[in-house]
Design a protein around this ligand. Structure first.
Ligand code: GTP
Ligand code: SPV
Ligand code: MN
Length: 587
């Protein structure tokens, strides 16, 4: 018996499934699992999958989750390092043995009457030196199908692991969906994630946030690289030069939209390498190189349209042998197509909401859940970069940090140097969104968009960023962006979406030393003349507002940043405090 077989057997002894099904990632298998999801498996009394209109959305299926299971649940997500300080004030912590004891109790017989699917998969291209071999166990077809879209799932991984015991392990069960028995436990030293009670993306697709960010960020600290919540994209200019950048924005703040932007500026185009996760390594040339460990999109549905994100609409309608899943969207009953608020065209007559009930628009409820999502293969994306499958990844010239801020934060700012840029990333804050279960629209500090995903003490994480910079002979430039400033009436000033290319152009111009910038207390900001705003309908006053530094507002912001840093006590790097103090002096 191999270590993998032994591990699977042990987990089956605990969870007691009726059947064990070893997945090979093949197309016939996917078809079979979808059949099972349509005809046999149930969630809250409903089939796991409903077949949608394949003429409009080829090979697509609707999934309705358990009504209490619609977003990530950060309050029951734990990082189980042996020491609490290693997890840091940014994480919930439980001692590993205590966590395992709790999980053993909850998992005893949790798969009774169900099938345990064994999912062998790679995060990263199998030929990439940075790729990781993983196995997840799950008891729901929806998760098995989702993982086949999001990762490279093949039975070759089983041979790759062969007699090694150090593969990445994930044990997942939906249990009985009781929110009080829901836990997502991470054991970073064992490369092990144990999740029960939720079938939702970031809680259940364990290769994604759980492994590729929380555990991988810890591996990155140990091994000298970075696992980040970032888009990877190429920006092609009119001469045909492609500049690769990454961009970190918190959940539901615009990564997917940015990653496949359709340019409004002639001659510019964007190439998609990834929309959510980047693994960054220092290349032999002293530059930062990025790979996307995933192969799919798990994207926010509401507001996705031909106007906001035409390339995603094309991706969803492309149709390949990969299925496309819609989770908790509404249903246009007459057409049997998914529907959500903000979709193109008129609101259909006959809509069933995400819970499966007839929807009455006059009641003011949302038909699609605000965090309803689609799952689609990246290979269906018309802007997929030719470098996507390059095992080495792409060389990064700029790192962008962003967030959702109605007030204060300028449209774009550039860090002064690496140390100042790490400070810039560490001071990011953003308004909370529907992607996690919590109050929406409240500003919280979210350094590098990693607050929910950094698998260790964030003070050590800042130090790690500082160290990486010292080892880069050609470090990327670093920027912050904010598409979400509002005017006096509460409307967004910046048109966003395809017009964001104008800010990307300024960033590329800065990389190529084509334009100057104004030094301020918070970093370099553009001279208005260097930002191409031709044809945009924004008043001069509002444009100036987008680039202005509100000193009083920034002093209040500094107080909030200081309060956050203080939670980390003496672990907080001195270099970050130095930059903080320099900023405060200049304000
Ligand atoms: P996760 O998948 O949760 O990590 O989210 P994400 O960062 O990929 O966010 P996504 O691109 O799905 O966008 C989330 C929401 O922000 C959607 O409702 C978008 O329509 C909206 N959004 C994205 N870009 C812009 C923009 O440039 N301007 C405005 N106003 N809204 C935007
Ligand atoms: C996010 O919340 O940042 C997502 C969705 O990308 S999930 O994969 O569920 O975390
Ligand atoms: Mn995300």
């Amino acid at each position: 018996m191999t270590p993998l077989e032994r591990w699977v057997e042990e987990q089956a002894k605990l969870t007691k499934p009726d059947k064990i099904y070893w997945c090979d990632g093949s197309e016939e298998e996917a078809r079979r699992l979808i059949e099972i999801g349509i005809n046999e498996e149930k969630i809250a009394g409903n089939p796991v999958f409903y077949e949608l209109n394949h003429k409009a959305f080829p090979n697509s299926y609707l999934h309705r989750s358990h009504p209490t299971d619609v977003a990530r649940t950060e309050q029951v997500t734990f990082i189980c390092h042996p020491g609490k300080e290693t997890a840091g004030p940014n994480n919930n912590w439980m001692a590993p043995e205590e966590a395992k004891e709790k999980m053993r109790r909850l998992s005893d017989g949790c798969m009774r009457g169900r099938t345990m699917y064994v999912l062998p998969y790679m995060m990263g291209h199998p030929e990439s030196p940075y790729a990781k071999a993983c196995v997840q166990l799950t008891d729901v077809s929806y998760v098995a199908i989702s993982m086949r879209i999001m990762t490279r799932m093949t039975k070759d991984v089983v041979a790759k692991i062969a007699d090694r015991g150090d593969f990445v392990k994930g044990l997942h069960s939906v249990g009985d969906f009781d929110p009080n028995k829901r836990f997502i436990m991470h054991f970073p030293d064992e490369h092990f994630v144990w999740s029960i009670g939720s079938g939702y993306g970031g809680n259940a697709l364990l290769g994604k946030k759980c492994f590729s960010l929380r555990i991988a960020s810890w591996l990155g600290l140990k091994e000298g690289w970075l696992a980040e919540h970032m888009v990877i994209m190429g920006i092609e200019d009119p001469k045909g030069n492609v500049t690769y950048v990454t961009a970190a924005l918190p959940s539901a703040c615009g990564k997917t939209n940015l990653a496949m932007l359709e340019s409004s500026l002639p001659g510019y185009r964007v190439w998609t390498v990834g929309d959510d996760i980047a693994w960054l390594h220092i290349g032999p040339d002293g530059r930062l190189w990025a790979i996307n460990p995933e192969t799919g999109f798990f994207g926010v549905a509401p507001k996705t349209s031909m106007h906001t994100n035409p390339n995603m609409m094309r991706t969803l309608k492309k149709g390949t042998f990969y299925p496309t899943l819609f989770t908790n969207t509404a249903l246009d009953v007459d057409k049997n197509e998914p529907w959500w608020e903000g979709m193109d065209g008129d609101v259909p007559q006959n809509i069933v909401d995400w819970l499966g009930n007839p929807w009455d628009s006059s009641l003011g409820t949302k038909a699609a859940h605000p965090n309803s999502r689609f799952t689609a293969s990246i290979y269906q994306c018309p802007t997929l970069s030719p470098e996507f499958d390059n095992p080495k990844g792409v060389p990064i010239s700029a790192v962008i940090f962003g967030g959702k801020r109605m007030h204060l934060k300028p449209l774009v700012v550039e860090g002064l140097n690496w140390q100042n840029s790490v400070f810039l990333g560490s001071r990011m804050g953003s308004e909370t969104t529907a992607a996690a279960v919590h109050a929406e629209g409240v500003v919280r500090r979210d350094p590098m968009a990693m607050l929910p995903f950094c698998g260790y003490n964030m003070a050590d994480y800042f130090r790690h960023w500082l160290e990486i910079g010292k080892r880069l002979s050609k470090p990327p430039k670093v920027f912050s962006i904010n598409w979400f400033r509002t005017d006096d009436r509460g409307n967004y000033i910046w048109p966003g979406f395809r017009e964001n290319i104008r800010v990307l152009k300024w960033i590329v111009d800065r990389i190529n030393n084509n334009v100057g910038a104004k030094e301020t207390a918070i970093g370099y900001v553009p001279h208005l003349k260097d930002l191409n705003v031709d044809g945009l309908n924004i008043s001069k006053k509002n444009l100036e507002k987008l680039l202005a530094i509100d000193r009083e507002g920034w002093k209040r912001e500094a107080d909030d940043i200081e309060e956050f840093y203080k939670k980390f006590g003496s672990r907080m790097p001195k270099e970050i405090w130095d930059e903080f103090n320099k900023m405060k002096e200049k304000l």
